[in-house]
Design a binder for this molecule. Structure first.
Ligand code: FAD
Ligand code: FES
Ligand code: FES
Length: 1403
């Protein structure tokens, strides 16, 4: 809790910023220190219960107590944004992120995951190195930085970079103006990564820029606009966008721009950008320099509530400490210890922080190699290796090159900047990318303990598996010696991860071979693997057996078999496919084999034949390049008034606030007096009776205020929106792992969480436990109603068709992964049972309704407020309502404000996501490719409560036709009721799954008929005057236009020929290309669901306050609404302000969902503005030359009301499920996308080379926002279809609960060339200003990458004479791609390869 004293300090926070700014001008003046108040974490004065007995601090010991006696209690001194912080009570458990946010109230730095995986919390750390007299700036994740590690450093947060109150930094300005922020939650982290790079390199290369962002995730933008902003700082010329001749750099052909089209490609203008001026940056605090230079290195000790932090100043002290506390870990980067402690799997009462000891930072080049201190950060190691590589002859640097290769993709830059070499080695994680290569290269460890020093080979620490005790607990690693490579030695390292960058390896390897001089006879061989089992392993016997063998095919064959035999897997771990891992192990060896062979040829071309040319490309790994991109949209008419913003690429109006960290999200709201924090306790069983809930231990925990259960809900605990309820707290039984059973409220988030784990729940398991769709079918477990659509005569059609295919496709679920986790602040007003509820939601009205019902009060007592939401994508509807009710019940019971911010793990565990699908289908078609009949059953895994599952099923059926006329069709949708967390709405709402199924048939028909897939698509595409399968009339003209334009802009046929040519010339790498059309129906099915209202006030100074029922969650709705109001009122946008969406201003607003926000709220805003204008008209007519302010003043004086509501009744949509017909949609959006990919057949890795999208979105109100929606959705679609994988345990517990296990697309995953064109001359008579709702449609086009991958796999398979038809499920991960590219290695793994590997390596 923040104390009142601290609030007084808060006042000075703005001063901090001002002072920071002032420092730019007068660098010598140091501001007064901010002496932080005693930790609120300790203040238990509000606890109603008797205080628990004080916890014993860490056990007394000789050394640290001696240090304490000598120095008194530790004072932590560091700087934040130029301001000195003196923390007298530094808690070793406190990370910088919570310190910044809660203690310093610097809320620009965001929480996204708390485990170093998302980059939302990025800050810049600056240190001074007195020996080198150099200041080092590096980015770091504040969520993993213990504040105690910050002694003597300067921290810069986004607030210190620039602010609207002082000066906006060019990074902030350009990110905003290039449209690089949507919801804005990732934006401060992006700013900090770019800013840090610019502090080190004022003109970075695009390679450096892309690398700097590898550790930052964005779920909204698809990264393209962020990278566009970055490019403006790079030394290479900015991506041309247009050549001198007005043509696009992506396309050499003339056909890109139609002479007639008045198109634009400029979403922003670089002319407005301020130059980057390095002299304007915050200087490094001189006091810290003096401290670093003059202060003797004393031991620093900090005692927290449960933990003691000791930072010794010398190696001897460190060794003494380690002898006294052998179990205490050495913490340097905290990237291994931190996440372990956070997960609760371990707790360390004492930690030793040796980072200040010079011996551990040594970088020494010796005659035989490089010695690097154990505390060197991985970034420093990278630099040292790169230097050494440039200095030494190639022959000596092979080990360095291999280690460097691994370091390039190990973690993100924030991780590498703090993670230490020693930490990576000594934490001995099986996923360490360094250990296999360091071990294979004969690296040595220099160890020390009190009175003893020794050197051992690094490989010794893995000699006998996990329990290895080669290093004693008292010993520490001082440094690592990396040797020079020798003549005739070859060294390589490999890794394959679920995502190319910032992802732990599935398998990695380090390999080294030394030949007898001048021969290809193996003298020494070393092979180490990581990721295979729980520790790094050596294929020792394999290596020994192969000594003295020639480096040839026979050796290769034997090596692969020996490796597989020697490193037999004990079984599958957490769902990882063992076969894939094994395949990678032998594939890596094969890659090493080829590399060495090629290198032998270079040295001795006479004797060694080398490898065939078509094998060579596999020796090159995919690299992330700065993408080239172009966006094409229709210009506004020259006659349009310059003040009229409609149709122009206006920046998101919160863009600058996102980039400065000033945009306020729920958890950024200042704490309310007496506020409590809530942590949920969730079920650990999928289906069980609750026998008892024991809270006795939990209530004894410090700071605990109360425990809230179902019995505390005053009224409704179960909401019946259909037959089965949505439940706030489980009462008698639990129906999934992750269901909320009760909640702890305490005086801090930390205390609440600590107590929550102490709640003990006893269960009695109930049968059946249904987890999968198959199990639901078996138990006939469905939510009602089941839906069916039928047209034509399916059975008869099947009798007449020439071909039939039958199959099944599975599509995995998807986690929303909005960057801002679910957040609520419930504040009782203290009278009349009123309560303010601040929620991150898409649907304030349902929050109000659910909270009111749970508390048993009328809705008019509940005020729900939403300023903005940090991403939602459908995940913040009903689920947010349940969580808001949890917080409101707690607030009601305690009469205190209650804050509930879900941790990323809890959010992923509890809230469900996109429905997994299984479709069983039968398709009848003619040999010319015409589809005549389809019979399909769609099963969706709804989870344990209905939520929107039936509706998702319905829309899956209504949208399953995608762009095709299917004359005879019968399809069913079943929403399966299972014991998984309840799934919910997600962008596209069933369409991305059901249309993927349809496109899968198309490709299968192509396989079967031998016709190209694009021909099958064209043959079956809707023609004029046809009806959909529910008898809605359709005009597909723009569908066909999009298709043709996409064909043309992508140069599809030319590139298809080039792909075939590439595939002929490359054996282990293949390319694939696919073009996919899309019809996306817009509509919510019922009129009342699309009604909307707005409220517009004009104040007497002429300023306008606008509100409506829509929620800003990144889609720029408020920006667009202000554009609408600006046009209608004919005033500049700057006159209009949007404050918040609230149930107090607009009642009963429908959810912002289904792409409808702008359509419906735009109509309401227009209506309100027109009402006002009508009232003003007589005044304007009387004084036509008057100004807006004149008219308003006059209107007020004439008692004309200056406030109006606007209303839109909604679209006349309907659907009769009995008859199977209706008009559920108002209009259709169309599009097409063409993607080209390249795959590595040995690993399954892939790269999207190019994507061209053409979309019909009517007349865009804001092309920048709309293109942003298309690109962001497209990249999210790539995530669903190619990489995002949810994994569950056999008893229904979600494993993938954070960015470390669940991979969403990162910068490395977007197309290298990315073009988006908006179809010109398209008008939509049904929506505001002829626009179309665009939030969801682009998502499905991500499947063009899926089908391009399929095309590449088809290329592999046809070359190898494999079966033509093959099934591919979604996501098409590297694992599936590898499995699709069957070869001798995959066969060997499943033990079908009887003969020897025949790889024709001799050409
Ligand atoms: C988001 C994220 C992504 C990551 N991605 C990758 C990846 O792609 N590849 C990869 O290989 N790793 C990856 N890692 C792991 C990371 O590289 C290691 O956690 C890191 O190198 C450990 O260093 P540290 O200084 O942070 O260790 P700490 O957490 O500070 O300490 C780790 C352990 O090592 C011991 N230790 C440290 N130094 C010494 C010493 N000198 N003597 C004795 N014992 C010592 C400590 O006692 C402790 O038990 C990732 C981590 C995160 C959080
Ligand atoms: S919050 Fe720190 S990296 Fe995600
Ligand atoms: S703008 Fe990046 S996560 Fe929303």
């Amino acid at each position: 809790m923040i104390t009142a004293g601290f609030y007084n300090d808060l006042k000075s926070l703005s001063e901090i910023l001002l002072l920071a700014e002032h420092q730019h001008r007068s660098p010598r003046r140091s501001p007064e220190p901010l002496v932080a108040a005693p930790s609120g974490l300790r203040a238990a004065k509000r606890r109603p219960r008797p205080a628990a007995a004080p916890r014993a601090l860490s056990p007394p010991c000789g050394c640290c107590c001696r240090a304490m006696a000598l120095q008194g209690p530790g004072q932590l001194i560091f700087y934040v944004n130029g301001r000195k912080i003196v923390e007298k009570n530094a808690d070793p458990e406190q990370m910088l992120l919570s310190y910044l946010r809660k203690r310093l109230r610097l809320t620009g730095t965001k929480y996204g995951c708390g485990e170093g995986g998302c980059g939302a919390c990025t800050v810049m750390i600056s240190t001074y190195e007195p020996t080198l007299k150099k200041i080092r700036h590096y980015s770091a994740n504040a969520c993993l930085l213990p504040i105690c590690s910050l002694y003597g450093v300067a921290v810069t947060t986004v607030e210190g970079v620039g602010s609207t109150k002082t000066r906006i930094h060019p990074v902030q300005e350009r990110l905003a103006k290039c449209h690089g922020s949507q919801c804005g939650f990732c934006t401060p982290g992006m700013v900090m990564s770019i800013y840090t790079l610019l502090r080190n390199h004022t003109e970075p290369s695009s390679e450096q820029m892309v690398a700097a962002l590898a550790g930052n995730l964005c779920r909204c933008t698809g990264y393209r606009p962020i990278l566009d902003a970055c490019k403006t700082f790079c030394k290479e010329p900015v991506c041309c966008q247009r050549k001198g001749n007005g043509k696009c750099c992506l396309d050499q052909e003339d056909y890109l721009f139609d002479e007639e089209e008045k198109v634009s490609t400029r979403l922003f203008s670089t002319d407005e950008f301020q130059p980057l001026d390095p002299t304007q940056e915050l200087i490094f605090p001189p006091e810290l320099m003096r401290m670093a230079e003059n202060q003797p290195k004393r031991t620093l000790t900090f005692h927290g509530e449960r933990m003691t932090w000791i930072s010794p100043g010398s190696l001897d002290e460190l060794l003494d400490l380690k002898a006294a506390h052998p179990k205490a870990p050495l913490v340097i980067g905290n990237t291994s210890v931190g996440p372990e402690m956070k997960s609760g799997s371990v707790f360390h009462p004492i930690v030793i922080a040796p980072a200040r000891i010079p011996d551990l930072h040594v970088v020494k080049s010796t005659d035989d190699g490089l010695t690097l201190g154990a505390a060197c950060s991985l970034s420093l190691v990278k630099d040292a290796l790169a230097n050494a590589i440039s200095e030494f002859p190639e022959e000596k640097t092979k080990v360095f090159c291999a280690v460097l290769q691994q370091l390039r993709t190990l973690g993100g830059e924030q991780i590498r900047n703090v993670a230490s070499l020693g930490g990576n080695i000594m934490s001995r994680k099986s996923t360490s990318d360094l250990n296999p290569i360091l071990a294979a290269s004969n690296c040595m460890l220099n160890l020390a303990s009190r009175g003893r020093k020794r050197q051992i080979p690094l490989s010794d620490i893995f000699a006998d598996g996990v329990g290895n005790n080669t290093i004693t607990p008292e010993e520490i690693l001082v440094s690592v010696h990396i040797p020079h490579s020798r003549k005739g030695e070859h060294v390589s390292a490999f890794r394959q991860a679920p995502r190319r960058e910032n992802a732990l390896s599935i398998i990695n390897a380090g390999m080294r071979v030394l030949f007898e001089e001048g021969t290809d006879i193996i003298k020494d061989l070393s092979i180490f693997y990581g990721g295979a089992v729980s520790a790094t392993v050596c294929a020792k016997q394999t290596c020994q057996t192969l000594i003295r063998r020639h480096w040839n095919e026979q050796m290769l064959d034997e090596a692969c078999r020996l490796v597989l035999k020697e490193l037999a897997f004990p079984g599958s771990d957490s769902g990882e496919k063992v076969d894939y891992k094994k395949t990678l192990m032998v594939s890596f060896f094969y890659r090493f084999f080829l590399e060495v062979l090629q290198s032998l040829k270079t040295k001795d071309s006479g004797h060694c034949p080398g490898i065939p040319t078509e094998y060579r490309s596999v020796l090159q790994d995919f690299k992330t390049k700065m993408p080239q991109s172009i966006q094409i949209f229709q210009d506004t008419e020259p006659s349009q008034s310059p003040q009229d913003p409609v149709g122009r690429p206006i920046m998101h109006l919160s863009g600058i606030k996102h980039a400065t960290g000033e945009a306020v999200y729920v958890d950024d709201l200042p704490s309310v007096d007496g506020e409590l924090f809530l942590a949920v306790v969730t079920s650990s069983r999928a289906h069980a009776k609750i026998i008892s809930i024991d809270t006795s231990e939990a209530v004894k925990e410090p700071g605990v205020f109360d425990i809230i259960t179902a019995y505390d809900v005053p009224a409704t605990n179960e909401f019946y929106y259909s037959d089965d309820p949505e439940i706030i707290f489980a009462k008698n039984k639990v129906i999934c792992v992750g269901q909320i059973v009760c909640a702890v409220v305490a005086d801090s988030n930390v205390h609440a969480k600590q107590a929550a784990v102490k709640v003990k729940i006893e269960y009695e398991v109930l049968e059946p436990v249904i987890l999968t769709i198959e199990e639901a079918i078996e138990h006939n477990s469905f939510f009602e109603p089941k839906r069916k659509l039928e047209q034509g005569n399916v059975d008869q059609a099947f009798e007449t068709v020439e071909n039939v295919i039958e199959g099944e496709i599975c599509i995995g679920g998807q986690e929303h992964f909005y960057l801002e986790t679910q957040s609520v602040l419930a504040v009782p007003r203290g009278e009349d049972k009123e309560m303010d509820v601040y929620v991150s939601t898409q649907h304030p009205a349902i929050i109000q309704e659910m909270v009111a019902a749970s508390l048993g009060v009328p809705s008019n007592r509940i005020m729900c407020h939403v300023k903005r939401v940090g991403g939602a994508f459908g995940g913040k509807l009903l689920k947010a309502g349940l969580l808001a009710s949890v917080a409101a019940v707690a607030a009601n019971k305690t009469s205190r404000a209650v804050r509930l911010i879900l941790s990323r793990e809890d959010d992923m565990l509890i809230t469900g996501g996109r429905h997994p699908f299984v479709c069983k289908y039968k398709v009848g078609f003619m040999s010319d490719g015409r589809i005549r009949a389809v019979d399909a059953k769609y099963y969706i895994n709804g989870g344990c409560t209905p939520d929107e599952s039936v509706l998702v099923g319905e829309l899956s059926l209504l949208k399953m036709d995608n762009a095709y006329k299917i004359p005879n069709l019968r399809c069913w949708a079943y929403a399966c009721k299972t014991n998984l967390p309840s799934n919910t709405a997600f962008r596209g709402f069933g369409f991305p799954q059901s249309a993927l199924v349809t496109e899968t048939w198309i490709t299968e028909i192509a396989d079967k008929t031998g016709l190209p897939p694009e021909k099958i698509r064209e043959i079956n595409m809707y023609k004029e005057n046809e009806q959909t399968h529910f008898k809605q009339q359709l005009d597909p003209q723009n569908l066909i236009r999009c298709w043709n334009e996409c064909m043309e802009k992508s140069a599809y046929y030319t590139r298809k020929t080039a792909v075939n040519e590439f595939n002929k010339q490359n054996y282990w790498k293949k390319r694939g290309i696919a073009i996919v059309p899309m019809k996306f129906p817009f509509g919510l099915g019922m009129r009342y669901l699309s009604q909307a209202a707005a409220l517009v006030h004009i104040y007497t100074d002429g300023s306008v306050l606008l509100t409506h029922g829509g929620i800003e969650m990144g889609q720029g709705i408020h920006t667009k609404m202000i554009q609408v109001a600006s046009r209608e009122l004919n005033i500049p946008m700057s006159h209009i302000h949007f404050c918040e969406t609230s149930t107090t201003t607009v009642p009963n607003a429908c959810a912002s969902a289904g792409s409808a926000g702008t359509d419906v709220n735009g109509m309401a805003v227009k209506d309100a503005c027109q009402t006002l204008l009508k009232r003003l008209q007589p005044i304007i007519s009387k004084n036509p030359k008057g100004t807006w302010n004149d008219w308003i003043k006059e209107a007020f004086e004439q008692s004309v009301s200056l406030s109006a509501t606007g209303y839109f009744r909604g679209y006349n949509e309907n659907m009769d499920w009995e008859k199977g017909e209706g008009q559920p949609f108002t209009y259709f959006l169309y599009g097409a996308a063409c993607s080209e990919v390249e795959i590595n057949c040995l690993t399954g890795d892939h790269k999207t080379l190019r994507t061209d999208i053409v979309m019909d979105i009517g007349c865009s109100i804001n092309p920048a926002v709309d293109i942003g929606q298309i690109e962001g959705a497209f990249v999210q679609g790539i995530g669903l279809y190619t990489m995002e994988e949810l994994k569950y345990s056999a008893d229904g517990a979600l494993y993938t609960r954070g960015p470390d296990q669940y991979k969403i697309p990162a910068v490395c995953d977007i197309p290298e060339q990315f073009s988006v064109s908006l179809l010109s001359s398209s008008e939509n008579p049904y929506a505001i200003y002829a626009s179309k709702g665009i939030g969801e449609a682009g998502f499905f086009l991500g499947c063009s990458v899926f089908f391009a991958l399929r095309d590449a796999i088809t290329g592999v398979r046809s070359e190898r004479g494999l079966k033509k038809t093959f099934a591919l499920n979604s996501p098409l991960t590297a694992e599936q791609i590898r499995a699709g590219c069957t070869d001798d290695f995959t066969e060997m793994v499943i033990e079908r390869c009887g003969g020897r590997i025949c790889l024709n390596i001799s050409g």
